[in-house]
Write a protein that binds this ligand. Structure first.
Ligand code: AVI
Length: 322
């Protein structure tokens, strides 16, 4: 239910996305990028350490174990651009391997100033690395890095943690193509993807018994209350994780436990929820290894090598721009 708009008074993507997402016919939704305010980013760090959520540790294990081998595929002068650096902890292994060869420039690209600061702090002891962070959207930051490329230098883009899995399929290919268009032939993309595993294992990874993922999801409503003056009552919503067989991904939802109306004053919006109706807040696609090779090809990359973790199925694929 949309009320008279005074949208010019309050700007920002959040407002527009909340309006569009909560007034959508059928399934209400909110983009998952809004999960990462300051509290959300910290909760995600906690999730990464939970025994039930193995993706981050698997990603880091592969990079730790195979960093030398990975950088052997990328000889010469390499500038590293990371899309969504997070804390920077995982990247250390790749940067160390490269810096044993020569002084290396590292460009973390992050929309979160908190994450960028964390990353700078984490890697500040690395002498053979110069760090220039960009507080930008991924592709804008990557354009900046490409504009600074030296003659003969190749770019290694890191897109780790299976963040690509949070895009829906058309958006995933579109995004990889956009990366490809910014790069030159023979540049690299190291892509981390969480792989398919038994559904019960996936569900508990996204609905942990400690309730950290539930807090991460519900915090989105706290953010909307704070930033848009909404009156979501957190006791009337529950975190839900479910597996979507058609898209082969885990979905997070927030389920309304009763019929209710929520006001979002800054968006001049009243939203009616039926009992058990949900807001879809995130999808996390799980890949087959050969599927990564295929989507890479569709986006203009050749998959040069792939490393798969033995403990928690997760793949690191080294792609070369064609
Ligand atoms: C950041 N992203 C890859 C995580 C994932 O697994 O999709 C976000 C997350 N959501 C719930 N737990 C973790």
């Amino acid at each position: 239910m949309l009320m008279n708009t005074t949208i010019a008074e309050v700007s920002g993507d959040l407002l527009l996305d909340v309006r569009n997402g909560l007034t959508k016919e059928g399934q209400k939704e909110l983009p998952s990028k809004y999960l990462y305010d300051e509290v959300g980013s910290k909760l995600f760090e906690v999730i990464s350490g939970l025994p039930e959520y193995g993706a981050t540790r698997a990603d880091e294990r592969i990079l730790h174990t195979h960093a030398d081998e990975i950088v052997e595929h990328a000889p010469g002068d390499i500038a590293v651009a990371e899309l969504g650096s997070g804390s920077g902890r995982k990247t250390r292994w790749i940067l160390e391997a490269l810096s044993r060869r020569r002084h290396t420039s590292y460009f973390p690209i992050e929309i979160s100033a908190t994450a960028l600061a964390m990353c700078r702090r984490e890697l500040s002891d690395m002498e053979a690395i110069s760090i220039v962070g960009f507080e930008r959207e991924y592709l804008d930051g990557l354009l900046e890095v490409a504009a600074r490329r030296r003659d003969g230098q190749r770019i290694l883009v890191l897109f780790l943690g299976s963040t690509i899995g949070n895009f829906d399929h058309p958006a995933e290919i579109r995004f990889l193509r956009e990366i490809r268009m910014i790069l030159d032939p023979q540049d690299f993309l190291l892509l981390g993807t969480d792989l398919e595993k038994p559904i019960p294992q996936l569900i508990v990874a996204y609905d942990d018994p400690l309730g950290v993922t539930a807090a991460f999801n519900l915090n989105l409503l706290v953010r909307i209350n704070r930033e848009l003056g909404a009156d979501f009552d957190l006791t009337q919503f529950r975190h839900v994780a479910r597996f979507n067989l058609a898209t082969r991904g885990v979905e997070m939802h927030l389920r309304s436990t009763c019929d209710q109306v929520v006001r979002v004053p800054k968006a001049d919006l009243c939203v009616r929820f039926l009992r058990d109706e949900t807001i879809w807040t995130e999808s996390s696609h799980k890949y087959a290894p050969e599927e990564v090779v295929q989507i890479a090809k569709e986006a203009g990359f050749h998959c040069e090598a792939q490393w798969i973790d033995g403990e928690w199925p997760f793949a690191e694929s080294l792609l070369i721009a064609q």
